[in-house]
Design a protein around this ligand. Structure first.
Ligand SMILES: Nc1nc2c(ncn2[C@@H]2O[C@H](COP(=O)(O)OP(=O)(O)OP(=O)(O)O)[C@@H](O)[C@H]2O)c(=O)[nH]1
Length: 371
């Protein structure tokens, strides 16, 4: 490990723009490392930090991180106070990365590869919330790599498989949370296997772009600098909605995880939408028609509020935010819509719960005005 002795104590990283973090997820052996190496090769003139989010051996307090510059990778250490990156407290992993940047200079990009069995949600929340706190890093997006040879097995053999009511496997969560999905190893499968797999993936995540790849080769503009968690992504919501709507009427729900769109009346009160979001994300008040409690894994949408403002709404599990759109984003298509990905999502029940929140919001506004 490097000594701190020769480093002035007040040196901090001069970071004008936060460094983007892309999470690379995917089931075991799908081609995540192949993708990482490809990115490093293609972007050899950039200073890219690679973090492998593996579990330590219990006593491990440090995490190795590779920083690539001018084609060379050198090992650095992340000095974590406690535990591994995915289960430590929010500030821990992020602060360690910021400290490293203050010693070694700002990275151009951070790539974080999760283990094949990891749910990328907790780590995504870690990097997402720190943007709010004025962090030196920010979450850019989640890329999920799928092994087309084997994924049909772990995603179920048939579209008619009996859904498992209790559990959602990590691979399904990785797909649900992905901003872009690479169906890799297409050289190893025939067209019909590929199409079956693509249909399953689409039935889980109806909104994100799906691209087929071999050896994880991809136009890097498609996976880096996506700004998936920035208000500028609101311009893509319409396209995402169209992806979801093209599936309507084709019911091939897999493991009960699916994507639905919800129309929200323009001019809704902020408090009404806030109540609705809290009820579905925090209070587990949303059920499907058969009484199963819904779980919202990911949500994104654009809302036109009563006060005339337009905001992007996003969530990852129980964490959500509204980000007001600037005037430069005023060209977002008309309407207010939300895309939800999760388990036991029932469009009719969602609409009904939303209507109740709108009604009670209007009633309380009315009684406040009477006072
Ligand atoms: N035929 C074929 N092999 C591939 C392709 N992409 C990756 N591989 C091979 O698949 C194996 C696994 O690839 P990795 O990139 O190590 O996969 P990973 O997702 O990082 O694997 P884990 O870290 O074990 O989860 C390697 O031997 C790769 O060379 C592809 O498109 N086609």
């Amino acid at each position: 490990m490097d000594s701190d002795d020769d480093i002035p104590s007040l040196v901090t990283a001069v970071t004008l723009d936060p460094v983007p973090v892309t999470i690379i997820t995917g089931y075991l052996g799908s081609g995540k490392t192949t993708l990482l190496n490809y990115i490093l090769m293609e972007q050899h003139n950039k200073k890219i930090a690679v973090i492998l989010n593996e579990f330590g051996n219990g006593d491990t307090m440090e995490k190795s991180i590779a920083v690539g510059e001018k084609g060379n990778l050198c090992e650095e250490w992340l000095e974590l106070q406690n535990g591994c990156l995915c289960c430590s407290v929010k500030d821990n992993g992020v602060k360690a990365i910021e400290n490293l940047m203050s010693k070694r200079g700002k990275f151009d990009y951070i790539l974080l590869e999760t283990t094949g069995l990891a749910d990328p949600g907790p780590i995504a929340k870690l990097f997402w919330i720190d943007t709010e706190l004025g962090s030196d890093v920010h979450l850019d997006g989640i890329v999920c790599v799928i092994d087309s040879k084997n994924a049909n097995k772990y995603l179920g053999n048939s579209l008619l498989d009996e859904p498992n009511l209790d559990t959602v496997n990590p691979s399904t969560r990785q797909i649900a949370l992905a901003d872009i999905i690479l169906i890799n190893k297409v050289d190893l499968v025939d067209r019909s296997t590929f199409e079956t797999l693509k249909t399953k993936i689409r039935s889980i995540n109806g909104s994100s772009e799906i691209i087929e790849t071999t050896n994880s080769r991809i136009d890097l503009n498609k996976i880096l600098d996506l700004k998936s968690y920035s208000p500028s992504n609101s311009l893509r919501v319409d396209e995402m909605i169209r992806n979801v709507e093209s599936l309507e009427g084709k019911t091939h729900i897999h493991q009960n995880v699916a994507t639905v769109t919800l129309e929200v009346p323009d001019g809704i009160l902020k408090t009404s939408l806030d109540t609705f979001v809290c009820q579905i994300l925090w209070e587990n008040m949303l059920k499907d028609g058969r009484g199963n409690t819904s779980e919202v894994i990911r949500m994104k949408g654009v809302i036109r509020f009563a006060d005339g403002s337009i905001a992007m709404i996003q969530s990852v599990y129980d964490m959500y935010e509204f980000q007001e759109l600037s005037k430069s984003l005023s060209e977002v298509p008309p309407g207010s819509r939300i895309i939800l990905i999760g388990t036991f999502l029932d469009k009719a029940e969602l609409s009904s719960l939303l209507s109740k929140c709108i009604d009670s919001g209007s009633e309380s506004l009315l009684s406040t005005n009477k006072l």
